[in-house]
Design a protein around this ligand. Structure first.
Ligand code: G3H
Ligand code: 13P
Ligand code: ZN
Length: 340
């Protein structure tokens, strides 16, 4: 069974009123953890790789590990998505590699840092949509900017998405789904809010923007980036075993679920997985300083990650939906876009 177009997973999520987690990967253990969670919870799933991940895995390794995941799990619909594509060429490269979905992040210029003009965003997104849809591949775009700079990608300012402009943008570009900026940021440090007890508080989110955008274009799936919850017990565990993380706070699950009720269909999670892997490995190293077999720490890290992801799949509502539909091919989608 080949990979499925992400558009199909999102369309099904719209019908069933649930969200689908999109989990970032860089190696075999992360892919295996996601697949184990999807199998346990019978979930359709989006696996995504950033530009950094493509570089790290030298492209071809990622492709073949993904193919192994597909072969090993024919009953699970899996979409492979490029996260934060910075240019037409990066998106083209991912499509050539076999990705069934790409994000063109035209909210920033190709350097991945400079906030781009609306006109630039429309132009580059349209170009990617034309190329991708002709091949049946799904396209995600972004309007507005998130906070947080990870691996050199990201703006240092948050610009909330304007609901009126969002409708105009989707019409002008023909994208399948839209990443919206509502105050989330990438990474572990999402909030500078300090509560009366001196402890960090979750960032304040502009949920009203999601409600408003959903009212104006109810069928268009929204994407929530920067959706890690940054569990405090993981930060504490990391610091207990020698880590030095500063006070960090993420997005509470209830807020994500509120987003899902109002049209968010794709939820991007990377940081929580990184925290889980790091906490597990630090503990093992601290308790067994003589350990040097990578299987003895990567294995438990993989198991812990699978558990964390399975919990999210249940919370997002995608659990139990893997077998709801016949899996579509890119050719099916090509015909769909041609007739639209
Ligand atoms: O959007 C950011 C993701 O967390 C990917 O991060 O660029 O470090 O792979 P990365
Ligand atoms: P987190 O850093 O909150 O996990 O967000 C990941 C993300 O949005 C990837 O595109
Ligand atoms: Zn993101």
């Amino acid at each position: 069974m080949p990979l499925v177009p992400m558009r199909q997973l999102l369309d099904e999520a719209v019908k069933g009123n649930y969200g689908v987690g999109a989990f970032n990967v860089n190696n075999m253990e992360q892919i295996q953890a996601i697949m184990s969670a999807a199998k346990t919870t019978k979930s359709p799933v989006i696996i995504q790789a950033s530009r950094g991940a493509l570089q790290y895995t030298n492209l071809v390794y990622l492709k073949h590990i993904m193919m192994a995941a597909v072969e090993d799990n024919p009953e699970i619909p899996i979409a492979l998505h490029l996260d934060h594509g910075n240019s037409f060429d990066t998106c083209k490269q991912a499509i050539e590699l076999g990705f069934t979905s790409v994000m063109i992040d035209g909210s920033l210029e190709a350097d991945g840092k400079t906030v781009a003009s609306y006109e630039y965003n429309v132009e580059v997104t349209k170009k990617v949509v034309e190329y991708a849809h002709a091949r049946g591949v799904t396209v995600e775009a972004e309007l507005g900017t998130l906070g947080g700079i990870e691996d050199g990608h990201g703006a240092d300012q948050i610009n909330l998405t304007d609901p009126v402009q969002a409708v105009e943008f989707v019409k002008a570009t023909g994208v399948d789904c839209l990443a919206v900026a509502i105050g989330t940021s990438h990474g572990a440090y999402k909030s500078l809010n300090i509560g009366p007890d001196g402890k960090p508080q979750p960032p304040t989110l502009a949920m009203d923007r999601i409600v408003e955008i959903n009212k104006r274009m109810p069928g268009t799936p929204m994407v929530m980036h920067g959706s890690s919850s940054v569990p405090q017990e993981l930060v504490e565990e990391i610091n207990k075993y020698g880590g030095k993380m500063k006070a960090a706070f993420g997005i509470p699950m209830e807020q994500i679920q509120q987003g899902i009720k109002n049209g968010v269909r794709k939820i991007n999670v990377d940081t929580d997985g990184r925290l889980k892997i790091t906490a597990t490995i630090r503990k093992i190293f601290a308790e067994n300083p003589g350990e040097f077999d990578p299987r003895k720490y990567l294995g438990p890290a993989r198991d812990g990650l699978a558990e964390l992801i399975a919990g999210k799949m249940r919370d997002f509502g995608q659990a139990g939906h893997a077998g709801d539909f016949e899996q579509k091919s890119l050719d099916d989608m090509k015909r769909f876009y041609q007739s639209a």
